[in-house]
Design a binder for this molecule. Structure first.
Ligand SMILES: C[S@@+](CC[C@H](N)C(=O)[O-])C[C@H]1O[C@@H](n2cnc3c(N)ncnc32)[C@H](O)[C@@H]1O
Length: 240
């Protein structure tokens, strides 16, 4: 399965209305996702007017899309009040692929997520050491002369998933796993006992920042709770 198939499956299964995508680029996922209300957040969005026009013909609801040309941090700050009234049902986090920013994006989404909401995170299982190299963007990674780099870049978002798994051992308030497809699709879903106040203790930590790719690769299923892609259907059947 690819990210679009997983996101749409979750939207359909949970009857989600509000979809948020952090990191949209040229809109190839955002404009294809079908949902009632969609927010696109990206400081340097590259969606062409032509593609926007075609997307409205493909799905009329694309006419209602809202585009936020700002960072995810700025979005959560500026939209705080509106998000309190209109919570997020499904979020796709695919913005700045650093450990710290990914963790902050998950935290901010969890604050504004509906009780039955669900988060999908991209690039949580980098296939090689080069693709998991810490950097600020693909362009930045290209300048770093990374050994065996093949322009395939996930960054170190996997550390955010690992941190969440470790943090959750105290609360057992989230379901967290990574589907082994499309560079690792992280799934985070609050359980009934989740409360936003628990998030006070979720902060970036150098213990996670300094983890090596070898640590991930030595025990991928343990470090990021890696599951085969079909697991998503099994999970949804158990969590209607
Ligand atoms: C990998 S692309 C997103 C791809 C898109 N989601 C898709 O499925 O095709 C990453 C995007 O994140 C954006 N980005 C970088 N920093 C960001 C931030 N702080 N907040 C939101 N988006 C950011 C970049 O401008 C870039 O367009």
């Amino acid at each position: 399965m690819n990210r679009l198939e997983v996101i749409q499956l979750l939207i359909n299964h949970t009857k989600a209305k509000n979809y948020l995508e952090i990191g949209v680029f040229d809109g190839r996922t955002f404009l294809e996702v079908k949902a009632k209300r969609k927010h696109a957040v990206d400081p340097s969005m590259k969606i062409s007017n032509r593609y926007k026009f075609h997307s409205i013909r493909y799905d009329f609801k694309n006419l209602m899309n809202k585009y936020f040309h700002q960072t995810s941090d700025a979005y959560f700050e500026s939209q705080q009040k509106k998000l309190e009234q209109n919570k997020i049902d499904v979020a796709f986090i695919d913005g700045l692929h650093t450990y710290t920013q990914t963790l902050m994006d998950v935290k901010n989404v969890l604050i504004h997520l509906n009780t039955k909401g669900i988060i999908v995170m991209h690039d949580c299982s980098p296939p090689t050491k080069a693709s998991g190299w810490p950097a600020n963007s693909l362009e930045n990674a290209i300048t770093l002369n990374i050994p065996d780099f093949k322009n395939e870049w996930c960054g170190d978002s996997w550390k955010a998933i690992h941190h969440l798994i470790e943090w959750n051992k105290k609360f057992n308030a989230l379901d967290i796993f990574v589907l082994n497809c499309d560079y690792g699709l992280g799934i985070v879903k609050p359980k009934n006992n989740f409360s936003v106040s628990m998030l006070d203790s979720l902060k970036p930590d150098s213990i996670y920042e300094t983890l090596s790719y070898e640590f991930l690769n030595s025990n991928r299923s343990g470090v990021i709770n890696l599951k085969e892609e079909n697991y998503i259907r099994e999970y949804l059947n158990k969590n209607p």
